[in-house]
Design a protein around this ligand. Structure first.
Ligand code: ADP
Ligand code: MG
Length: 349
């Protein structure tokens, strides 16, 4: 599958962080029914940590003595991994800390990275407990690969690191509105899409990111401060009405959304999709249904644009909206109100 792997040293001491509230609230039961025995049989000693609240995992990995651990494993949705990655990069020793092998077991409702890792392994698609068991086996084998992280600047929030996606418009709205459908588990995205289609706003326009503050942590090589114009060799997509903008760096956006079939974990590529206004609800629904098999690019939808980039800037134009990073809502600050252009910028490939 083009992903180069190395193996964890043995014996491997794992910290396994389980979020008891994630998904349908069954992560602990899933651990007891499947994972505990698999890890024991594979001879992998692990320490179970049950997260007690939001940011618990982030604080814990920020302070942890990482020399005690050969791997940090998250059993939750993507949200808990987002906390762990940002906690590691917030440490003074971030350069060393972020080399700690990380693992993910699908225990939430948004298990995009778990579904992506399963896909990279070359296995046929799997869902729910079957996906969990597959990821459990991969974990027992201890195979490790490198993974890209994307640096994200917002106008007035601290810098973030993202491993999955940046979304504005339809996808971000569905992700957040569908939180209320959490009890249906992974199907919440599908349910959310249908509900959202039923109430689709006529159109709206895109927001954006990228600023520069004095930074600790990894340096940014491709981004200019938000108050500076982008480099001359970037491509600008002029102001338009957009239905959605989705930047992805993993193959799956959810267990059943194979959004970026060409994605591999460590090639430095961002897969950028946007859908122009004017698309019918039927066509949009068709796109999302085709995405289950990764066939949306083959639908020849005239409103869908797909391109590969290394960096991008997204400038807010509509006064209200939702931006998500890895499925988590981030600041939506329309600082560039006076700029009448929506710009999606990329390096020439
Ligand atoms: P899901 O896919 O169900 O959304 P996530 O892994 O994204 O699962 O977790 C959702 C949020 O739950 C994360 O932002 C995390 O900080 C938070 N969280 C972690 N532990 C707890 C807890 N014990 N109670 C409530 N929220 C928690
Ligand atoms: Mg989540």
């Amino acid at each position: 599958c083009g992903v180069s792997m190395s193996e964890l040293s043995r014996p491997c001491r794992m910290m396994l962080l389980v979020n008891p509230q994630s998904g349908k609230g069954q992560a602990l039961t899933l651990y007891n029914n499947h994972i505990q025995r698999m890890l024991n049989e594979a001879g992998v000693p692990h320490t179970l940590v049950i997260t007690e609240r939001q940011n618990h995992a982030r604080e814990l990995v920020k302070e942890a003595d990482l020399s005690q651990w050969d791997a940090l494993v998250i059993m939750s949705g993507d949200g808990l991994l987002f906390e762990v990655i940002n906690g590691l990069l917030d440490r003074p020793d971030w350069e060393e800390a972020i080399r700690t092998p990380l693992g993910i077991l699908p225990g939430g409702s948004g298990n995009a990275l778990a579904a992506s890792v399963h896909h990279y392994s070359g296995a046929a698609s799997a869902f729910s407990e079957e996906l969990l068991v597959s990821c459990g086996f991969l974990l027992c084998k201890g195979l490790v690969s490198r993974m890209d992280l994307v640096s994200i600047h917002l106008p007035s929030s601290p810098r973030l690191f993202s491993f999955l996606s940046l979304a504005w418009g339809f996808v971000a709205d569905v992700d957040i509105e569908s939180e209320k459908y959490r009890h249906v588990g992974a199907a919440r995205f599908t349910v959310g899409t249908l509900v959202r289609l039923a109430s689709l706003r006529a159109s709206s326009i895109g927001p954006a990111s990228v600023a520069n503050k004095s930074l600790s942590g990894p340096p940014d090589s491709l981004l200019l401060p938000l108050d500076q114009p982008p480099p001359a060799d970037w491509v600008v997509v002029q102001e338009e009405d957009f239905v959605l903008m989705l930047a992805m760096y993993q193959s799956h956006l959810a267990e059943d959304l194979f959004a970026a079939p060409g994605a591999i974990p460590d090639d430095g590529v961002i897969h950028l999709f946007y859908v122009r206004a004017g698309i019918s609800r039927t066509a949009l629904l068709k796109l999302f249904l085709a995405m289950e098999k990764g066939a949306h690019l083959a639908t020849n939808c005239q409103h869908l644009v797909y391109t590969k980039v290394r960096a991008l800037r997204l400038e807010p134009y509509s006064p209200k909206g939702i931006i998500t990073v890895d499925g988590e809502v981030v600041e939506y600050d329309q600082t560039h109100k006076h700029i009448q252009t929506f710009q999606t910028l990329c390096e020439p490939s």
